[in-house]
Design a protein around this ligand. Structure first.
Ligand SMILES: Nc1nc2c(c(=O)[nH]1)N[C@H]1C(S)=C(S)[C@@H](COP(=O)(O)OP(=O)(O)OC[C@H]3O[C@@H](n4cnc5c(=O)[nH]c(N)nc54)[C@H](O)[C@@H]3O)O[C@H]1N2
Ligand SMILES: Nc1nc2c(c(=O)[nH]1)N[C@H]1C(S)=C(S)[C@@H](COP(=O)(O)OP(=O)(O)OC[C@H]3O[C@@H](n4cnc5c(=O)[nH]c(N)nc54)[C@H](O)[C@@H]3O)O[C@H]1N2
Ligand code: SF4
Ligand SMILES: [Mo]
Length: 585
């Protein structure tokens, strides 16, 4: 019987909420009001969606329901035969998802590299700082002003809201989001111009001599080269391209100069080929202002949550791209915790590739376009039904995830892996508890609370790099051509929605567009990109920048429109490197 009284949410979200069972029994639950990152409330995914979403209850082989044992035997046979690949999604953020790496190593299978999510930004951060450390929540709390840059905070990171109370807020977003409406200032820039905005602000900081010279001399001595680099950018055409002017830039500077400033940067700025340069430019602006290593200051992006841990699941397997994966190179492909037929860019290519795989195995919770194509379907246990450890890319706290519900359905990732070790007669897999402990014992502790071993109250206080004794490296080149051309097409933005967690839960069929685009509410419209066409229903939204449309990423068929390319650095997907034309149906 499950007897634990608490656990943590495993969904892919900045907040990583701690959960307490109400009246001591599943499924009544609430957030933990005592937790330093929470406020006692859970979101609707935990209050409702997860309990209502129909699960895959029975295993299948070749479309026929079979017992779990028979299906696992089919998995075993698939791995005896051929070259294999494990493609893992982010449906569950627990560290135990990766235990299956240990099996892949033993059968000389392949894993993936790169990301659908945040790796372009991460690469840009690593170029400047050497390592992507998280900014602790308490530093956000003690800031004077907060610049929310391409993050839809009320939707994707709502538990951060209490930390923003009483602060001056600037939002940089092509969409007037809920937080932009409340902000002191909203820069409604043209999409994909954030690199230029950061560079122009840096140039103005130099012009008015507001840079943190003393700090720069010690920690970022190459700032004079950065000055030269900013000078290479022509101010007037660039401001026009961004869609701003000197007056507005001056108003932004009022929130940056002589105060404690935190930038909360989201994935929205980096879903482009140039995403790494954008984060590097934003970091360079922050460094110029002396925002690293100081109280109440810093840049908060999705941090490397495994930093500081020795990962027991790190294996030396060969790796292929997670974004432009050639599934057809493999006879056996295991899809675990993901839905690539919908979440990867360029759906047509992905589905053609998946169709060519002889033994496609889907290991997950829900039916979707990937499960439909699989020869073997293995139902998973959800995070209430197994033991795990939850790290967070949004804060420093670590939680033990406890089994709080019993279920007849599915198999855990640990048991899945153990089955295969046994079937192949392999030795060397430790117990489940061993791995859980391996993660937890590496954590620091604040009282009873586990925290990341990489936690530092004020990161980069003594310097940058892995050892903390390097200088900050400013951005010094930019490969993209700046062409200020008028283009009739619309940028295709695909942010998250509060109705879904990526492709889990509610799906949709709408496109939001500006009323000036010439369409009527409810009308059907065809979107065409270089990649394909998709028909959606119009929702008018005057809060959008007039040259973009918004299709939230839970929309069926969205990724038919997005390209098979990876970012210049970080091997990340570039979902928004896509423009569309609209036509009446
Ligand atoms: N409810 C909910 N929460 C989620 C998720 C979910 O699906 N649903 N998904 C989780 C996951 S996997 C992730 S990675 C995070 C991501 O969460 P966020 O970092 O918030 O990312 P997005 O929602 O994709 O986009 C954020 C904002 O970027 C803006 N934006 C788009 N293009 C640009 C641009 O060129 N420049 C600027 N400055 N802004 C731009 C969008 O308008 C949007 O407001 O959220 C997590 N949380
Ligand atoms: N156009 C566009 N596309 C995008 C994005 C975008 O902004 N625009 N965002 C991208 C981003 S940021 C991300 S992170 C990806 C996410 O893409 P994926 O990683 O593919 O995640 P999901 O689509 O949510 O699918 C998760 C699946 O995991 C399964 N699952 C859940 N819990 C468990 C578990 O405990 N065990 C197992 N075995 N399976 C489980 C469920 O069946 C679910 O279908 O999507 C990307 N796709
Ligand atoms: S999805 Fe995010 S906000 Fe909702 S309960 Fe989970 S961690 Fe908290
Ligand atoms: Mo993500």
């Amino acid at each position: 019987m499950a007897s634990h009284k608490n656990t943590a949410c495993g969904l892919d979200c900045y907040d990583a909420c701690k959960i307490v069972l109400k009246e001591g029994a599943f499924p009544k639950m609430s957030g933990d009001a005592e937790h330093p990152a929470g406020n006692g409330a859970l979101c609707t995914f935990l209050n409702k969606s997860m309990h209502e979403a129909p699960r895959i209850e029975k295993a299948r082989v070749n479309g026929l329901e079979v017992s779990l044992d028979e299906a696992m035997e089919a998995v075993y046979h698939a791995f005896t035969k051929k070259d294999s690949l494990l493609w893992r999604g982010s449906g569950n953020m627990g560290v135990m998802q990766e235990v299956s790496n240990l099996f892949m190593e033993r059968v000389e299978g392949h894993l993936t590299k790169g990301s659908l999510c945040d790796a372009a930004g991460d690469a840009g951060i690593v170029e400047g700082r050497g390592v992507n450390k998280g900014l602790p929540l308490e530093q956000i709390k003690s800031a004077d002003s907060v610049i929310i840059w391409g993050r839809n905070i009320t939707v994707t990171n709502a538990h951060l809201m209490p930390f923003l109370e009483g602060k001056k807020i600037v939002v940089i977003d092509p969409v007037k989001t809920a937080i932009a409406k409340k902000a002191d200032l909203h820069i409604q820039l043209q999409p994909r111009t954030d690199y230029y905005l950061a560079l122009m602000l840096a140039r103005l900081v130099f012009m008015e001599d507001s840079q943190a010279t003393e700090w720069l001399e010690e920690f970022a001595p190459e700032y004079k080269d950065f000055y030269e680099f900013t000078q290479e950018h022509r101010m007037e055409p660039i401001l026009e391209y961004i869609g701003t002017d000197l007056g507005e830039m001056g108003r932004v500077l009022n929130y940056l100069r002589d105060q404690k400033v935190v930038f909360l940067v989201g994935t929205g700025v980096q879903k482009y080929s140039t995403g790494a340069a954008t984060l590097h430019a934003i970091d360079s602006l922050a460094a110029l202002l002396g925002l690293f290593g100081a109280e109440g200051c810093g840049v908060h992006y999705l941090s490397d949550s495994k930093l500081g841990f020795v990962n027991p699941f790190e294996v030396p397997c060969k790796r292929v791209s997670k974004v432009v994966t050639k599934f057809s190179d493999f006879g056996t492909v295991l899809i675990q915790g993901g839905n690539p037929a919908e979440s990867m860019p360029d759906t047509k290519r992905v589905c053609e590739e998946l169709e060519k795989v002889e033994d496609l195995i889907y290991f997950g919770l829900y039916e979707n376009e990937t499960s439909k194509r699989a020869k073997i379907v293995i139902p998973a246990k959800n995070f209430f039904e197994k033991e795990d450890v939850r790290l967070s890319y949004g804060h420093q706290y670590v939680e033990k995830m406890n089994k709080v519900a019993d279920s007849e359905i599915g198999i855990s990732e640990y048991d899945f892996t153990k089955y295969l070790f046994d079937a192949f007669n392999l030795a060397g897999l430790e117990s489940e508890q061993y791995y859980i402990d391996a993660w937890l014992t590496q954590c620091k502790k604040q009282g009873e609370q586990y925290i990341s071993p990489a936690y530092e109250e004020i990161p980069y206080k003594n310097g940058f790099g892995k050892e903390g004794d390097d200088a900050f490296e400013f951005i010094e080149d930019y490969a993209d051509d700046f062409i200020n051309v008028k283009d009739e097409r619309f940028w295709l933005l695909s942010p998250k929605t509060n109705k879904a967690l990526n492709t889990q839960f509610k799906r949709d069929n709408k496109v939001q567009m500006h009323p000036d685009a010439g369409y009527a509410e409810g009308e059907k419209v065809r979107l065409s990109s270089d990649n394909g066409n998709l028909e959606l229903e119009v929702v008018l939204n005057a809060d959008l920048h007039a040259n973009c449309v918004v299709v939230t990423n839970n929309t069926l068929g969205l990724n038919i429109l997005t390209p098979s390319i990876v970012s210049d650095e970080g091997e990340n997907a570039c979902y928004q490197e896509a423009k569309v034309t609209l036509s009446k149906i």
